[in-house]
Design a protein around this ligand. Structure first.
Ligand SMILES: [Zn+2]
Length: 507
């Protein structure tokens, strides 16, 4: 990325980190304890104009003579990829302005084990920051689709043709900011001399703790990403706690560079029993093929691909990250694929900005820190944004007494996202002249259960998804989700009033 570009990785990453810090500092319960760290991710859009609605603090304007938010000059350890820059649109070039807006962000490091999965879709199984930030982005997209139908969306435009579908406007670019290399395959890369210094310092800090604490931390650290053994061989790779799926190649666990299988699909580390959630490296790989919008939204919008993935300061290997997130299995996919779904290679770059509560900051700290058990997810809405704190996949404050209450559900759980889908379909079917050509009678009059709705959402999506799954055998499958969004369905057939009431957050 050249100095001339307005949309530098540093600016995008700094804006996302600053916005998160501002949000978390507004509420005492959101702040991390002094001995905690977490991972961070955000979805940031760069646009022709600022997104006017919502939280204005989420938007930053950069002009050519702008100097604020600049970070220190390039350091020798900066890992910059020899790839095209973050794209600057024609407008940004001509007016020398760039508008960037944080539309969702999340923090989190936890994932529920297999035994705690809920087939009713009311629990968020995977609370890693990247996954929650994407889910928050889905909420934002559903709201934009709803607006786009009445031509009020600032980021979506209608496609021509019989079926009402939308796509991102040409000058809207989608960026994901991540504070640390994603768990799983992308975390496996050679250890550098600087990494050894950080590791040694961290071990010294650990050793200065009491014997009992030291032992406990060491045991806990076994499943963390990026932890290295005390006596590093001369050549070694960073470790990941994510486990290879049973069907594929397995880790040799022999000390040195051969410790891990490279390119293997992995499931996330969990506390207790094994998780069925694929590692963030694998999920991001899938987003780079199928888009981040997922199956249901693919009925309403063209695939939404990440234009760039930008990282905070941390141990990093650009070639390794690109190999893992975009190059794996490339030989199975043709560039000439005529489908709107195709492998997309985002720009990948590391910034010089350190996430202040992140893992790398914790590794450099003078005291031992532990991962924060809470997760936070925020997404932009017309009335300023929706922020939630999650513990074990439900809203903070959930107890044995209220666990079955809809009020404990996260707004980004499967059930609530399905509610968004149904709501948009109902709205469109009500307003559209030729409603049935878009929604189909069966969807409006007999809403599908979740799995069935996903399967029927978009034939092209599922065709490409099958191809993707064939190329990556061993991808985990979760128990079937056969839930309805019961309250919205009941109301929707009693009265059309649900079209306006159905989306209210369950507070
Ligand atoms: Zn992860």
């Amino acid at each position: 990325m050249t100095d001339q570009s307005l949309l530098t990785a540093d600016r995008l990453v700094q804006t996302a980190f600053d916005f998160c810090e501002t949000k978390l500092s507004q509420n005492r319960t959101l702040r991390l304890a002094a001995d905690e760290w977490t991972n961070f991710a955000a979805v940031v859009l760069s646009c022709r104009a600022p997104l006017l609605a919502g939280d204005s603090a989420a938007c930053q304007i950069f002009q050519e003579d702008e100097t604020r938010n600049e970070t220190s000059p390039a350091s020798p350890d900066l890992d910059s990829c020899a790839r095209p820059e973050v794209e600057t649109t024609d407008c940004e070039k001509s007016c020398n302005k760039a508008f960037i807006t944080v539309v969702s962000f999340a923090t989190g490091t936890r994932c529920l084990g297999q035994s705690r999965l809920s087939s009713s879709g009311d629990v968020v199984n995977d609370s890693h920051a990247e996954v929650l930030a994407r889910r928050g982005f889905l909420r934002f997209l559903y709201a934009e689709v709803s607006k786009a139908f009445s031509e009020e969306s600032e980021i979506l435009e209608a496609l021509s043709g019989g079926r009402r579908r939308f796509r991102l406007k040409a000058d809207v670019k989608c960026h994901m900011v991540i504070s640390h290399t994603p768990c799983g395959d992308a975390s496996i890369f050679p250890v550098t001399d600087e990494d050894r210094v950080v590791n040694r310092k961290r071990k010294n800090v650990q050793n200065s703790q009491s014997e009992r604490t030291k032992r406990k931390k060491h045991e806990n650290s076994k499943s963390e990403d990026g932890i290295l053994s005390d006596d590093l061989p001369k050549e070694d790779v960073h470790r990941t706690g994510a486990k290879c799926v049973p069907e594929g190649s397995q880790d040799s666990r022999e000390e040195g560079t051969g410790y891990h299988a490279i390119g293997a699909l992995r499931t996330k580390p969990g506390r207790g029993d094994r998780t069925l959630s694929m590692s963030c490296s694998d999920k991001i790989l899938k987003w780079n093929h199928l888009g981040v919008q997922g199956a249901l939204l693919s009925r309403l919008v063209e695939p939404v691909y990440l234009d760039s993935i930008l990282f905070g300061k941390c141990p990093f290997d650009c070639d390794g990250v690109r190999r893992s997130l975009v190059k794996r299995g490339v030989e199975n996919f043709s560039e000439k694929d005529s489908s709107s779904f195709r492998r997309k290679e985002p720009h990948i770059e590391q910034s010089r900005v350190l996430f202040p509560c992140g893992k790398h900051e914790a590794d450099l700290a003078e005291t031992v820190k532990r991962p924060c058990p809470k997760s936070v997810v925020w997404y932009q809405t017309d009335d300023g944004g929706c922020l939630e704190v999650l513990v074990d996949g439900r809203k903070q404050g959930t107890s044995k007494n209220n666990i079955s209450s809809p009020k404990t559900r996260s707004m980004v759980c499967k059930k609530e996202l399905f509610r968004c889908f149904q709501d948009v379909l109902l709205k469109i079917s009500k307003d559209e002249d030729n409603a049935l050509s878009f929604t189909s009678q069966e969807t409006v009059n007999k809403p599908h259960m979740y799995d069935e709705a996903k399967r029927k959402a978009n034939a092209a999506y599922f065709l490409y998804r099958e191809k993707f799954m064939d190329s990556f055998p061993g991808w985990t499958t979760k128990p079937k989700y056969h839930f309805l969004v019961e309250d919205i369905l009941e109301k929707s057939f009693a009265s059309t009033k649900i079209v306006t009431d159905g989306m209210k957050p369950s507070q």
